[in-house]
Design a protein around this ligand. Structure first.
Ligand SMILES: [Zn+2]
Length: 114
């Protein structure tokens, strides 16, 4: 699988592992997953090793990732806020999101197809 994570996130010295929905990026000090957010149209990252905050992530090998607790992106900008739960490969947008997907649950897209 071709991995386009490198160009977007510039983690060029990190080891990458590309799965369909979540891509793993591992470094000495921190490790994270990136995924494509269908609400924002951008990639978001979920740190699972390193400085706080870190998230608990399971199910990546089965391509049904679950992330706890919820993810909140751009908290200080209500016009761009993205707040979601990811459970078993689906993303649930909470009611304080800014876009039309708020309150909806959709399948996470494959990262490389975006
Ligand atoms: Zn988003």
């Amino acid at each position: 699988m071709d991995c386009n994570a490198h160009g977007r996130f510039r983690y060029k010295y990190f080891k990458k592992e590309c799965m369909a929905k979540f891509h793993k990026i591992e470094g000495d000090k921190e490790s994270l997953y990136i995924f494509h957010c269908p609400g924002c149209g951008y990639g978001h990252h979920v740190r699972f090793k390193g400085e706080e905050p870190v998230w608990n992530v399971t199910g990546v090998e089965e391509d049904k990732p679950t992330v706890t607790p919820s993810l909140l992106v751009w908290q200080s900008r209500p016009e761009a806020r993205c707040h979601s739960f990811i459970r078993e490969g689906r993303i649930e947008f909470l009611s304080d999101c800014f876009r039309e997907l708020k309150g909806k649950t959709v399948e996470l897209p494959d990262f490389d197809k975006q």
